[in-house]
Design a protein around this ligand. Structure first.
Ligand SMILES: [Zn+2]
Length: 378
C-alpha cells in the first residue's frame, strides 16, 4: 500500500511523513478510527514508507522494491500481525485461536478489500456469531515474534488490529514491551474504541485520529470499484459516514437501497394514512435486520427525507435522488408537512445512537414509530 492509494486523510498523511522524515516516530502509535475508515491501509502505507529501500522522501514509498512488494503482500518477515480470532464454527476444525493460524485469511481479506470491517473479518474467519478475542496465548505469540532477531537486520513492526479485543491477561502480558520497547521495535495499534483499550497501553501511545473520507473522494472510488451509478455511489458514501469499509459492506452485502426503500415507504404510508397498528406491525421486519442493517436503515431514511425536503423546497436538481427513487421522493415531498422534517431528523438521530449503544431494537423502533406517527397525526 502506498500513501497515494489511501482514501482520504491527506493532512494526516503529511503529518506522518514529516514524523518519519524528522526521525520522531514513536515506538507505539495508536490509530483511532470508525470501523472501516481506513486505518489499516494508512498504517500499512506508513510501514511501507518506513521500510522501503528506495523511498521518495516526503512523498511515498517506491512501491516497487522487493521490500515494498513483501510489505504489500503482508509477507515481510519483520512485519507481524495480531488480530482478534476465535475457534471456527465448523466443529471439524482443529485450528487454535491464534492470529498465526489465520494469516492466510487475513491476507486474502486485505487483498480483497483493505478497508474491511470487524464483521467482515469474523465472516472471513468463519467464527459464526462469536466475537473475536486476543487472548494471552496470542499475546505470548506477539512477544515471541518480537524477541527474534530482525530478519533483515532492520526494525521489527507489529500491527495489532483492535487491541480493545485483548482480555486483561493478554494486555498485561504485552504491557512491559509496550512500556519499554526495544529501539528496533514499532507497535501500530488500530482501534475502534480507544476507551476500551487498557489505559497503560493507550497512554504510552501516540494517538493518530482518522477523519471520515470526504464524499467527493469516496463516491467516485465506490462507483469505480463496485460499478455503481453515480447516484448510488453518492448515497453509500453519504450513509456510510465516510467509512469506505462500511460503504462497501452496505453496497455489496445485500444491504442496498432496494432493501431499505420498501421498508421506509411502507412506514411513511402508514404514518400518512394514520394507521398506527400497521406501522407497529411493520417494525418486525426492522427488528429482524440485525444491528448493522438497522443502522443502515436509519441512515438511509435520513438521506431519503433530506431528498424529499429538497424537493419540497424546489431544489430537486441538487437532491441527488436515484432515478428509481425520484417518483417516490417527489410524491412524499408533497405529502409530508414542513414541520415533519426537523422533528423526524431528531428522532432518527436518537434512534441511531440507541442502536449503536445496543439498546433493544424492538424498543428503539417502537419508540421511533410512535414519535414519527405523533409528529404527523397529533
Ligand atoms: Zn520500496
Amino acid at each position: 500500500m502506498q500513501f497515494k492509494d489511501v482514501l482520504g486523510n491527506g493532512d494526516l498523511r503529511t503529518r506522518l511523513l514529516r514524523m518519519v522524515d524528522s526521525g520522531r516516530t514513536g515506538h507505539s502509535l495508536m490509530f483511532v478510527e470508525k470501523d472501516g475508515q481506513g486505518a489499516l491501509p494508512l498504517a500499512m502505507a506508513l510501514v511501507q514508507y518506513m521500510m522501503c529501500r528506495d523511498r521518495r522522501t516526503g512523498e511515498d514509498s517506491c512501491g516497487a522494491c522487493p521490500v515494498c512488494r513483501r510489505v504489500s503482500g503482508m509477507i515481510h518477515p519483520d512485519l507481524h500481525f495480531a488480530f482478534p480470532v476465535n475457534v471456527p464454527a465448523k466443529a471439524s476444525s482443529s485450528r487454535k485461536p491464534l492470529s498465526s493460524a489465520f494469516l492466510q485469511e487475513w491476507r486474502e481479506l486485505y487483498a480483497e478489500n483493505p478497508y474491511f470491517t470487524e464483521a467482515d473479518l469474523y465472516r472471513k474467519l468463519d467464527i459464526g456469531d462469536k466475537a473475536g478475542i486476543i487472548n494471552v496465548s496470542q499475546a505470548r505469540e506477539i512477544l515471541d515474534a518480537l524477541s527474534l532477531k530482525s530478519y533483515e537486520g532492520g526494525n521489527k513492526y507489529m500491527v495489532v488490529w483492535l487491541p480493545e479485543r485483548m482480555n486483561a491477561e493478554a494486555a498485561n502480558t504485552l504491557l512491559k514491551i509496550v512500556e519499554e520497547p526495544s529501539p528496533d521495535t514499532y507497535f501500530f495499534f488500530i482501534t475502534h474504541s480507544p476507551e476500551r483499550v487498557i489505559s497503560t497501553i493507550r497512554s504510552r501511545s501516540q494517538i493518530i485520529r482518522l477523519y471520515p473520507v470526504p464524499q467527493q473522494e469516496l463516491a467516485p472510488a465506490l462507483e469505480q470499484r463496485l460499478r455503481l451509478s453515480p447516484e448510488e455511489a453518492l448515497l453509500y458514501a453519504r450513509i456510510s459516514g465516510g467509512s469506505p469499509g462500511a460503504a462497501v459492506a452496505m453496497a455489496s452485502g445485500g444491504v442496498s437501497a432496494e432493501t431499505y426503500f420498501p421498508l421506509l415507504t411502507g412506514m411513511l404510508d402508514n404514518i400518512l394514512s394514520g394507521d398506527l397498528p400497521a406501522l407497529l406491525e411493520g417494525n418486525d421486519s426492522l427488528v429482524g435486520l440485525g444491528r448493522e442493517r438497522q443502522r443502515g436503515f436509519i441512515l438511509y431514511s435520513e438521506d431519503f427525507l433530506r431528498k424529499t425536503l429538497m424537493f419540497s423546497k424546489k431544489l430537486s436538481s441538487i437532491a441527488d435522488a436515484m432515478p428509481e427513487e425520484t417518483v417516490a421522493v417527489e410524491r412524499y415531498s408533497g405529502l409530508l408537512p414542513q414541520d415533519f422534517y426537523s422533528k423526524a431528523f431528531k428522532a432518527l438521530e436518537e434512534a441511531r445512537s440507541a442502536v449503536e449503544s445496543n439498546v433493544n431494537a424492538k424498543m428503539v423502533f417502537c419508540h421511533l414509530a410512535n414519535v414519527l406517527f405523533a409528529i404527523k397525526n397529533f
